[in-house]
Design a protein around this ligand. Structure first.
Ligand SMILES: CC(C)(COP(=O)(O)OP(=O)(O)OC[C@H]1O[C@@H](n2cnc3c(N)ncnc32)[C@H](O)[C@@H]1OP(=O)(O)O)[C@@H](O)C(=O)NCCC(=O)NCCS
Length: 419
């Protein structure tokens, strides 16, 4: 049946339910992202359908309908993202797609407006997405805030990592003690049954390292990832490694995270053991990953990089739930303009002390720092205030406050997960 459309309204967008046919969704994904985006082979397609089915059951998939036919869809992953030692519920938006013949008529924006409202209703303070195009997301308050990068190096380079510099390596500075000295335990191959333990171990490593941005997913998605037969995963009490073979004599490390120096070394040694048959290793790591300080020669280089966008869905909760450096001291009036989430708008008092922040309504202020939803997202992700001002994302305030904000929020944020 031919479908006619001039425009869609919010009434045409709804949450998918377990009774909905998934075939139109799969078809939309193929048309939007190409055949490889969905699955290769029947077993992979079955796993993909299971994952989508689980997301539908968890009420995380939305569709837009015209004459009863699904013409667009978007969903989110249920994630937790680490910000300076504390984790926050984050909706990782993905699979935003509009049928080709319905594009450019406002369907995508109508859908994403409803998805943002649903994410807010579900209580997520934060949302992240990887943009294939930015205008639609910027118009709803997402902004570039962090990076995803892959570092490549010759596999042989990992066989002879530098030994610890004993004279400078103060014992226990990162987690040797906090991790409970558990690193001596043998590593086990991780199975889907270990999903909860994997999430726990990765999260603890991010917490102890006070990292900005890395995230974990829910147990079911993590179990599905671990069930992929082409993924090889190892779990230690304070570290986790997951990798797979690439197409051309290369190993792709999807996660290498450890809370202690020794565990990290052991995990890299598993990867290094492939150097007889793998030429290169490509690993998803953060911008200050220890690997840059572990190789003898300057072999690691960034071979792939892209940025993700952040949205502070509930600004007071996003400020109160994250961690800040213990040294950060901020107390300033902040005027927020958030057209898509009015509850965030208005004059606030931002206070940060003792590693914690609060945002409470402020009665009045002269020349407060004025910032929109986009600038706030970029600031939260660690973008320097000078960059925000030069990009037209902040005005008002004063240089002293800028310096304090840089000290509180600054630091490159990154994800190790791409979605
Ligand atoms: C990207 C996509 C979801 C946008 O949906 P849509 O219904 O076409 O978008 P809308 O008509 O609501 O337009 C929203 C804004 O996005 C802009 N936009 C839409 N498609 C765009 C494109 N391909 N490139 C750049 N901007 C685009 C529109 O111009 C509009 O911005 P404006 O108001 O400033 O002019 C849709 O084109 C699509 O499914 N593309 C293929 C899959 C994809 O790229 N998904 C995004 C993954 S992050």
């Amino acid at each position: 049946m031919a479908t006619h459309l001039t425009s869609l309204s919010s009434a045409d967008v709804r949450e998918l339910t377990t009774g909905d046919d998934l075939d139109p969704l799969i078809d939309l994904a193929r048309r939007a992202f190409g055949p490889g985006a969905v699955a290769e082979g029947p077993a992979a397609e079955d796993r993909r359908r299971d994952t989508i089915g689980a997301a539908v059951a968890d009420q995380r998939v939305y569709g837009a309908f015209a004459d009863g036919q699904m013409v667009a869809s978007a969903s989110w992953h249920d994630m937790r993202q680490w910000w300076h030692g504390r984790s926050i519920a984050m909706a990782g938006v993905a699979a935003v797609m509009v049928a080709p013949e319905f594009r450019g008529r406002g369907v995508g924006r109508t859908l994403m407006t409803e998805v943002l409202a649903a994410i807010a209703r579900r209580g997520y303070p934060l949302s992240v997405l990887y943009p294939a195009t930015t205008p639609i997301y910027r118009s709803l308050g997402w902004e570039m805030a962090g990076g995803f990068s892959v570092v490549s190096l010759p596999a042989r380079s990992l066989r002879s990592l530098l030994t610890p510099d004993i004279s400078r390596n103060t014992q226990g500075t990162l987690a040797d003690e906090q991790a409970g000295g558990l690193h001596a335990a043998p590593f086990a191959r991780a199975t889907p049954d270990d999903a909860a333990a994997v999430i726990e171990v990765i999260g603890r490593a991010h917490e102890l390292a006070r990292q900005h941005g890395p995230a974990t997913r829910d147990v079911a998605s993590t179990a599905a990832w671990l069930a992929d037969p082409s993924l090889y995963a190892y779990l230690a009490p304070d570290g986790f490694l997951a990798y797979r073979w690439g197409q051309s004599h290369d190993i792709r490390v999807e996660r290498i995270v450890a809370a202690s120096e020794r565990t990290l070394r052991e995990l890299w040694s598993i990867v290094a053991s492939h150097s007889s048959t793998a030429d290169t290793v490509a690993a998803r790591v953060g911008p200050a990953d220890p690997v840059f300080w572990l190789t003898r020669e300057p072999d690691p280089h960034i071979s792939f990089q892209e940025m993700w966008m952040l949205r502070l869905v509930d600004v007071p909760a996003a400020v109160e739930s994250r961690g800040f450096p213990m040294s950060a001291q901020v107390s300033l009036p902040l005027f927020i303009q958030d057209d898509a989430r009015e509850t965030n708008s208005g004059l606030w008092e931002l206070a940060i002390t003792g590693g914690r922040g609060t945002l409470v309504p402020h009665p009045e202020a002269t020349r407060p720092l004025t910032i929109g939803a986009r600038g706030l997202a970029a600031l939260y992700g660690g973008t320097p205030m000078a960059s925000l001002r030069q990009a037209g994302l902040a005005t008002g305030g004063d240089p002293v406050a800028d310096s304090e904000l840089d000290g509180a929020f600054g630091g490159a944020s990154y994800l190790l997960d791409n979605f």
